[in-house]
Design a protein around this ligand. Structure first.
Ligand code: GCB
Length: 614
C-alpha cells in the first residue's frame, strides 16, 4: 500500500529523528543554575506589525522598531527632529507567564503581535555559557537581546532555547520578545480549532547558565527486555572522550564514555532492586548525570508499556485506561493558561481522586512540563499529543517539517517521564492520501526518537452496513501505523441518534488490536436542570454518559477511554447565548470546578472498573 506517499515520492523526503532536533535542548534545565525571568514585563500592542518591518528603510527603522536598544525617554529629552512611536520602557505591565487574553479586557480577543520587554542583570560568565529558555510562546516568537535578534521560534506549546553567551553584556540587559499569536492555513494548528486564542508568553522564561562543555541531553528508559538503555549527549569543546556517570537513586552508579560527537550510549543489563513505576505505586528515583565537571538531576520512574494482541500491558500486566481529557486551563472564571504547580495539581487531583482515574489525555497539544512531571509524581498515565488537529496543509513540505520539529521538541522534552505511555500524532483529521502520508511521517519520527512508547491518533469513525446490520467502524489506512486504535465518538450528542439508541449501537473493530475511546461527551450548563432532559441540561449529560458507557461495555477490545472533558473550557466557536457564552460546556465540572451530575456517573463507573481490575 502507498501509505507512505512519502515512499512513493509524492511528498519530498523529510528529515526524521536526529535532523529535527533543536541545536540545544538543556534537558532537566530546572536542575541547573538559572535566573527566572518570569514576573512583570512591559508590553506594547502592534496589530499592524510595524515594529517587525523595516518599511522604506530608515524612517520606519528609527521610529517603529521596538526591539531597539534605546532609552526613548532620554532621547526625547534631547529634543530635535527625531521622534519615536514606541517606548517599551514606559509600556503597561503584564505578568509573565500567562496568556494576554486573560490579562486585560481589551486584549480578550486580541489576535496578532505584542511586544514584551524585561530587563535583567546576569552574573559574570567567566567562561561559562548562558541560554534563554522559553517553555512556551504562542505562536511565533522573535527574540532580541540588547537590540540584536538572537532567535526565532514557531509553535505555541514546546520549549526552545537561545544561546546568548555572546550577546549578553555586563550590567543591565534588555530582552525584547515579539509574540505573534496569529494562526493561518500553514500553522499548526490552523485557526480552525475548538479552544481559545491564548496568545503570549504562556510558560516560564529562564536564563540558564552552563559550563563551556555541558550535558545537553540525558535519557534513560526501561525496555521490555529488562534493560535500561539511554544516551547522554555533551555539547561544547570538550565533548568527546568524556567519562559519563549515571547515579540512579541508591540502586547504583553506572558509567559510559562519549564518542567523537559527544554521545555516550547507556546500556544497563539489569537494575537490581528496581521498583517499577505505575499509577498505584508511582515510584520515582533521583537520577544524576555527571560529565566534564557538569551535572544535571532528574526524577525518573521506570516502567514498560507494550501491546499484545488486543491488550495494553503496563509492566507486563493488562491495564484498562480509566481516563479523562484535559485542556491546559486552570480552574477559574478567566483562565490565563498559567499552569502553576497548584493549578496543575488541582486538575489532576480531580481526575485521579475525584474520578478514580489512572490516565489523562493531555489534549490537544503538549501541556506544561510541570503538568507532566506532576503526572509522574501523582501516578497518572498520559496520552501526549501535538496540535495536528482537524485541518492542516497536508501537501506542504514546510508544514510537515514544522510538525516534525514540534513533535521532536515535545518528545525530547518529555521522554524521561514514565507517565507518558502514548504519543498521539493527530486528532480527527479527515482521511486523504496526503493526510495519511503526513501522519505516517510523524509516526516514523516518533518511533525513531522513542521506540519505547506506543503510538496512537484520535481517528474518526464511520457508520456502515455489515451483514445486514449498521455498525460503527474505522475506515482509515492510518490505523496500520498505530499501536493503539483510538476514536472520538459523539453519538447521542452530535448527529441524529436518539439517546435511547446509543447503548445498543454495534461496533465492528479489529479483534486483535486494542481500542480506546479518545473522546465522547455532551454539553451541560452547570446548574441547569430539566426533568425533560433537554440538551444542555445536567440530566441529559448524565444520561448520555450512562448510555455511552453501556455502549462501550459491548466493545470487546476496548482498553480505555478519555471522555471529553474534565472542565468547561473557553472556545470562541461556542456562542450559544444561554448555555455557552464562549465556553465549551462538555466539562464534567464547570470552569470554576462545580461538579455536574455526570461526574458521579463516570466516577462510579471507574470505581467499579478499578475493583474489577484489582
Ligand atoms: C472533538 C474535538 C474537540 C472538541 C470536541 C467538541 O471531536 O476533538 O477538540 O472540543 O470534539 O466539543 O465538539
Amino acid at each position: 500500500m502507498c501509505l507512505a506517499l512519502l515512499a512513493c515520492g509524492l511528498l519530498p523526503r523529510v528529515a526524521l529523528g536526529q535532523e529535527t532536533r533543536p541545536p540545544v535542548l538543556l534537558t532537566a534545565a530546572a536542575s541547573r543554575e538559572s535566573q527566572p525571568l518570569s514576573g512583570q514585563w512591559t508590553y506594547g500592542k502592534d496589530l499592524y506589525r510595524t515594529g517587525l518591518t523595516d518599511i522604506n528603510g530608515w524612517v520606519a527603522k528609527s521610529r517603529m522598531q521596538r526591539f531597539r536598544d534605546i532609552d526613548v525617554e532620554a532621547e526625547e529629552a534631547k529634543g530635535g527632529a527625531g521622534f519615536f512611536e514606541f517606548d517599551l520602557d514606559r509600556g503597561p505591565l503584564m505578568t509573565i507567564p500567562g496568556a494576554w487574553n486573560a490579562a486585560e479586557p481589551e486584549l480578550r480577543y486580541y489576535d496578532g503581535l505584542i511586544w514584551f520587554q524585561r530587563k535583567f542583570t546576569p552574573r559574570p560568565l567567566d567562561g561559562d555559557r548562558a541560554f534563554l529558555r522559553f517553555e512556551a510562546v504562542n505562536y511565533r516568537a522573535h527574540v532580541y537581546l540588547n537590540g540584536q535578534e538572537v532567535g526565532r521560534h514557531k509553535g505555541g506549546f514546546t520549549p526552545f532555547v537561545v544561546e546568548v553567551t555572546e550577546a549578553l553584556r555586563s550590567g543591565e540587559n534588555r530582552l525584547v520578545v515579539a509574540v505573534d499569536s496569529a494562526l493561518d492555513a500553514q500553522t499548526i494548528p490552523t485557526p480552525i480549532t475548538d479552544w481559545d486564542l491564548h496568545g503570549g508568553i504562556t510558560r516560564p522564561v529562564t536564563l540558564v547558565y552552563t559550563p563551556a562543555t555541558f550535558i545537553d541531553d540525558a535519557t534513560l528508559s526501561l525496555g521490555t527486555d529488562g534493560r535500561v538503555t539511554g544516551e547522554v549527549r555533551l555539547t561544547g569543546p570538550q565533548a568527546a572522550g568524556q567519562r559519563v556517570e549515571i547515579a540512579i537513586g541508591s540502586l547504583g552508579t553506572y558509567s559510559a564514555t562519549t564518542d567523537a560527537d559527544g554521545r555516550a550510549a547507556i546500556n544497563i543489563r539489569r537494575l537490581r532492586g528496581l521498583a517499577l513505576w505505575s499509577p498505584d505505586t508511582p515510584t520515582l528515583y533521583d537520577v544524576t548525570f555527571r560529565a566534564a565537571g557538569d551535572q544535571v538531576r532528574d526524577r525518573m520512574g521506570f516502567r514498560t508499556i507494550a501491546v499484545r494482541g488486543s491488550e495494553i500491558l503496563l509492566n507486563g500486566q493488562p491495564i484498562f485506561l480509566r481516563g479523562m481529557s484535559l485542556h491546559e486551563e486552570e480552574f477559574g472564571p478567566n483562565p490565563a493558561r498559567n499552569m502553576t504547580p497548584q493549578a496543575s495539581r488541582a486538575l489532576l487531583t480531580e481526575i485521579k481522586e475525584g474520578l478514580n482515574a489512572n490516565y489523562v489525555r493531555l489534549s490537544h497539544y503538549p501541556h506544561s512540563e510541570e503538568t507532566v512531571r506532576l503526572a509522574d509524581e501523582m501516578g497518572l498515565l498520559v496520552w501526549s499529543e501535538i496540535p495536528v488537529y482537524w485541518t492542516v496543509d497536508w501537501e506542504n513540505p514546510e508544514v510537515l517539517q514544522k510538525a516534525l520539529t514540534m513533535q521532536t521538541e515535545a518528545i525530547l522534552r518529555d521522554r524521561n517521564r514514565a507517565s507518558i505511555v502514548l504519543w498521539s500524532i493527530g486528532n480527527e483529521t479527515p482521511v486523504s492520501g496526503p493526510r495519511t502520508a503526513f501522519h505516517s511521517a510523524l509516526a516514523d519520527n516518533a518511533r525513531a526518537l522513542d521506540p519505547t512508547r506506543l503510538i496512537s491518533a484520535a481517528l474518526l469513525v464511520e457508520r456502515r452496513e455489515e451483514n445486514g446490520e449498521v455498525v460503527t467502524a474505522i475506515n482509515d489506512p492510518l490505523a496500520d501505523k498505530l499501536d493503539v486504535l483510538a476514536v472520538n465518538t459523539y453519538a447521542g450528542w452530535y448527529g441524529d441518534d436518539a439517546l435511547e439508541a446509543v447503548a445498543g449501537l454495534k461496533w465492528s473493530v479489529p479483534a486483535d488490536r486494542p481500542l480506546i475511546l479518545s473522546e465522547f461527551g455532551a454539553d451541560a450548563l452547570a446548574g441547569y436542570h430539566d426533568p425533560d432532559m433537554r440538551k444542555f441540561s445536567e440530566e441529559y449529560q448524565a444520561a448520555y454518559y450512562r448510555s455511552t458507557l453501556a455502549m462501550a461495555d459491548q466493545i470487546g477490545t476496548l482498553r480505555g477511554m478519555s471522555p471529553w472533558i474534565l472542565k468547561d473550557f473557553r472556545s470562541p466557536r461556542r456562542e450559544h447565548p444561554v448555555f455557552q457564552n464562549g465556553w465549551n460546556r462538555k466539562g464534567l465540572v464547570s470552569e470554576t470546578g462545580v461538579r455536574k451530575q455526570a461526574f458521579d456517573v463516570l466516577a462510579e463507573y471507574y470505581a467499579a472498573r478499578s475493583d474489577a481490575q484489582d
